[in-house]
Design a protein around this ligand. Structure first.
Ligand SMILES: [Mn+2]
Length: 328
């Protein structure tokens, strides 16, 4: 056998493409003995799910060229040397008056190519290339402050579900892969980022009204109760991204942002949903977010809430990126 440093590349057949994985034995998660090839095989195992989560969205890559204990690279521009079958979408950054060609998934082989380029985490926009300036995904990010127990996040999620039901909106919960929970809602791409963010803030205020001891929407981090759950409506601002469904996180325990059923939210332990455990779960349950594209919600009632709250004196803090939002 060759020495470890020169382990031959492995070729994976993924759909129509052959993807070469160099350094397949490189340890990406040393604590668990998981290699770059293990990571690629994880993404193949949840293939339809990760493609559904990323499809046609500008996508930022979090790369770890020497594994998750090494340097992390935040990559907006697609790395050089991409094969012609890797799609991109051009996005404009008004604040800097620059453009970038970002990674844009249309088939699974592209995800595996990104792993070959040492990507661990996938952070897609909440809009798609047909109209990058109009989000089609409202993201409810339940973000525990450092001292908030996970039970508070679970309570915030239950109330989120209750309010979404009252609105007639289908919400799709997942673990964040860190210590929080995310709920995504498919919306029609009819509003700019600023309006979607304003709707998300109005919703967040309603969660706070129902759980005043558990939840905060306070803008300044230093003013927030350190044991509260922050409903981070700002994740709906332009060019703000969070880890997608099925994205692995760059933590030593190889956690994944894992789709859940609503029934699971009350009992879930996010630490159990990892690169190691997810393939079997996915094989048994399929993609729990498979219905998301068919359940489109009209955010008009939330914009009415926003108007009502603003008339009563509530402020919508501005976001530096949103200030340059061409569609706002
Ligand atoms: Mn979060």
């Amino acid at each position: 056998m060759a020495a470890k440093a020169s382990t031959p590349a492995v070729e994976l057949e993924v759909g129509e493409q052959t993807v070469r994985i160099s350094n397949p034995d490189r340890l990406y998660f040393p604590a668990l003995g998981l290699t770059k090839l293990d990571l690629a095989q994880y993404y193949v195992a949840v293939g339809d799910g990760i493609v559904r989560a990323l499809r046609e969205r500008p996508c930022m890559l979090h790369r770890y060229p020497t594994g998750v204990e090494g340097e992390k690279v935040h990559q907006k521009r697609i790395p050089h040397g991409a094969p012609p079958w890797v799609d991109t979408v051009r996005v404009h950054f008004p604040r800097y008056n620059r453009t970038a060609d970002e990674f844009c998934v249309t088939e699974l082989a592209q995800v595996i190519w990104a792993v070959q380029m040492s990507t661990v985490e996938f952070h897609p926009w909440n809009s798609r290339r047909a109209d990058v300036e109009r989000p089609d995904e409202w993201r409810i990010d339940l973000d525990p402050m450092p001292l908030a127990p996970f039970e508070r996040v679970q309570r915030a999620a239950a109330v989120t579900h209750e309010i979404l039901d009252e609105l007639g909106a289908a919400g799709w919960p997942k673990t964040s892969g860190g210590s929080g929970l995310h709920v995504y809602v498919r919306i029609a791409p009819e509003h700019g980022f600023a309006e979607v963010r304003r709707a998300a803030l109005a919703f967040a205020r309603e969660v706070e009204r129902r759980l005043p001891d558990d939840v905060t929407t306070t803008w300044w981090r230093r003013d927030r109760d350190p044991a509260a759950v922050f409903v981070d409506y700002n994740q709906n601002a332009r060019d703000h991204t969070i880890a997608s469904a099925y994205s692995v996180r760059g933590f030593p325990d190889a956690r994944v942002s894992a789709p859940l059923t609503w029934d699971e939210v009350a009992d879930v332990d996010p630490r159990e949903l990892t690169v190691v455990t997810m393939p079997e779960r996915y094989a048994a349950l399929g993609d729990l977010h498979a219905g998301i594209d068919a359940a489109v919600f009209d955010i008009s009632p939330l914009l009415d809430w926003a108007e009502r709250d603003e008339k009563a004196g509530a402020l919508t803090p501005t976001d530096p990126e949103t200030d340059g939002d061409p569609a706002s």
